[in-house]
Design a protein around this ligand. Structure first.
Ligand code: SRM
Ligand code: SF4
Length: 562
């Protein structure tokens, strides 16, 4: 192994295709944690070691080790789950995880708070529900996003099938997951290999999304690799390909930055896997393996040049991409309530605040969705905005679902302001080890305070996209929020403003390291201007740019025409 490679590269190299000493770590009863290298390797199996940060100081004073537990993330391409799987995941969460189910911004479920001695049983139970957690985390192709809110259901079905096929194509081939969690006989041997990834996998995480215009609910430009479906006469004729999106950054380090993907051309459906493999393997070979902060595809492209990267992709794929086709996105939110599909069925999109499904007061989301899963004959779709679609509902079944929605308080989608409906927050404290400030736990209160300001300006019906992240890694995609807070320290945030609402323009830092009162007052003053000066149908982010209150960053053209 050459000198200068990052520590994670050494761990991958020595891991015997992701096995490491995970079995021994799991069997050690003396601690609730894993050995250090295994804490990295377990990510590739879909789990993170965490500890309850609310209890850290108290336990330190008591000379106890931190309160370790594990987060588990599923691989659910396009976020599709059957009612039977839902019931099984609910039962697993109720038995093993502390705080219900959590829908992530990448259409996956997370379980939080699983203790080490129950980790294997939990992983095996998830697998028994025919959902796995392989490659949900780690330096591999992660859970593949696919538009959850279709206007055209047959095109949507085609795109979902493509997303599933791509996810399957990039699954690691090592049998480590089956050996460690499902007791499959050990096969590690000379002929086991990773045909696409090689023994050290990718330099960094890799994310793929499929969008179906006019909705950009997947925020396709935030992904390393994206496919924008081009639909003609109801059929998907191919995809525009996007590369080099990614949002993570580090405070105070200008070498790291959020970047929107570039549109590099068009491929037909039968070329999707080949072009994806060419992008993945070019990043595998060209990506930075010495500095992890600069190892995402977006930096490879900026370091080597987009034209050179694209030429290499075409060389590896064996064909040239044709010019990108026109497309236009309307917005990157969800469409709440009932929407009819082409096939005579309907879908109901429910608002799930910050994706957290548990029972709290009158809002008994976990129990209510369990009751719905028992009678539902379609499927469930997790959205990349942390919401839930009850999909494929026959006309005769609507009334029963509506009754359960009302009985269990699942009707936030009918009551909430547009601000609350569209807001995103990452998990942050107490489980995220990287959080610098609150996000999910702060969101309801923050939204309430902003709603009061909106009301004062007669703007309560304004659909402003608010996103809150506990640190600059950007898990709630805050750089694409019209208003966004990015955690700096407890109670302090960077205020970012003026992204568009289509996921095509990044926002800008407006004020650094400010507390709530200043955040509210700053936003309030801008809302006052917006209320008085906005154009017809003009969105808040666009208004801030047009009025010169915030300088715009160049974005993706609203309509790409070739
Ligand atoms: Fe994320 C790391 C949660 C979507 C960028 N993310 C983490 C970790 C695992 C913290 C850690 O490494 O110890 C967080 C676990 C918190 C917890 O307690 O659950 C975490 N990320 C999440 C989720 C659960 C946020 C949510 O509230 O829904 C999302 C899970 C997605 C999934 O199902 O796979 C999640 N993370 C994202 C997104 C949004 C997206 O992909 O659309 C981003 C920005 C896009 C991107 O990747 O550029 C994102 N997460 C990061 C980064 C920064 C990566 C970078 O390039 O710099 C990290 C830190 C890292 O990788 O070192 C991170
Ligand atoms: Fe944690 Fe930061 Fe991601 Fe929020 S943005 S979940 S605080 S890593």
């Amino acid at each position: 192994m050459s000198a200068g490679l990052s520590a994670v590269e050494r761990i991958k190299t020595d891991s015997r295709l992701l096995r490491g000493s995970l079995r021994e770590s799991l069997a050690d009863p003396a601690t609730g944690s894993l050995r250090e290298d295994d804490q990295t390797l377990i990510k590739y199996h879909g789990s993170y070691q965490q500890d309850d940060r609310d209890l850290r100081e108290e336990r330190r004073q008591q000379k106890l080790e931190p309160d370790y537990s594990f987060m588990i993330r599923t691989r659910t391409p396009g976020g599709v789950t059957t009612p039977s799987q839902w019931l099984q995941l609910d039962a697993i969460a109720t038995r093993y995880a502390g705080n219900g189910l959590r829908i992530t911004t990448r259409q996956a479920f997370q379980f939080h708070g699983v203790v080490k001695r129950e980790l294997k049983a939990t992983m095996a139970a998830i697998n028994a529900s025919l959902i796995d957690t392989i490659a949900a985390c780690g330096d591999v192709n992660r859970n593949v996003l696919a538009a959850a809110n279709p206007l055209l259901s047959s095109a949507h079905a085609t795109v979902h099938a493509q997303a599933r096929a791509l996810s399957q194509h990039f699954l690691p081939q090592t049998r480590a997951y089956y050996e460690i969690w499902l007791d499959e006989e050990l096969v590690a041997g000379a002929d086991e290999h990773e045909p696409i990834y090689g023994p050290t996998y990718l330099p960094r995480k890799f994310k793929t999304a499929f969008a179906v215009p006019p909705l950009n609910d997947v925020d396709v430009f935030a992904n390393d690799l994206g496919f924008i479906a081009i639909v003609e006469d109801g059929a998907v004729i191919g995809y525009n390909v996007t590369i080099g999106g990614g949002l993570g950054a580090t405070h105070g380090d200008a070498a790291t930055y959020p970047r929107l993907a570039d549109v590099i051309g068009f491929v037909t459906p039968d070329q999707v896997i080949a072009v994806a493999e060419a992008v993945v393997t070019t990043q595998r070979d060209w990506g930075n393996r010495t500095e992890r902060k600069r190892s995402r595809l977006k930096y490879t492209i900026d370091d080597r040049g987009l034209d050179a990267f694209k030429a290499e992709v075409e060389r590896r794929a064996g064909f040239a991409l044709t010019p990108a086709r026109p497309f236009a996105f309307a917005h990157n939110g969800d469409r709440f309530g009932w929407v009819d599909s082409e096939d005579g069925r309907a879908q109901l999109t429910l608002r799930i605040e910050a994706g957290r499904i548990n029972d709290r007061g009158e809002r008994r989301l976990l129990s209510g969705l369990r009751a719905i899963a028992r009678i539902h004959e379609g499927d469930f779709r997790l959205t990349p905005n942390q919401n839930l679609v009850i999909a494929g509902v026959a006309p005769a079944a609507r009334a029963a679902i509506d009754a359960l929605v009302a009985e269990y308080g699942l009707d936030l989608y009918r009551e909430a302001s547009p601000l609350r409906l569209n807001a995103l927050a990452c998990v942050a404290l107490p489980t995220c080890g990287l959080a610098m400030a609150e996000a999910e736990r702060y969101l309801p209160e923050l939204v309430g305070k902003l709603e009061a300001r909106l009301q004062a300006h007669g703007l309560l019906d304004a659909a402003i996209h608010l996103r809150v992240s506990g640190c600059p890694n950007g898990c709630s995609r805050p750089y694409l929020g019209e208003i966004a807070l990015i955690g700096k320290a407890p109670g302090r945030y960077n205020l970012m403003l003026a992204a568009d609402h289509r996921g095509q323009r990044l926002n800008r830092l407006h004020k650094e390291n400010i507390a709530e009162a200043e955040i509210l007052d700053t936003v309030d003053a801008l809302l006052a201007r917006y209320a008085g000066e906005r154009g017809d149908g003009e969105r808040f982010g666009d208004f801030l740019v047009r009025s010169g209150l915030v300088a715009a960053k160049p974005g993706i053209p609203l309509e790409v025409r070739t």
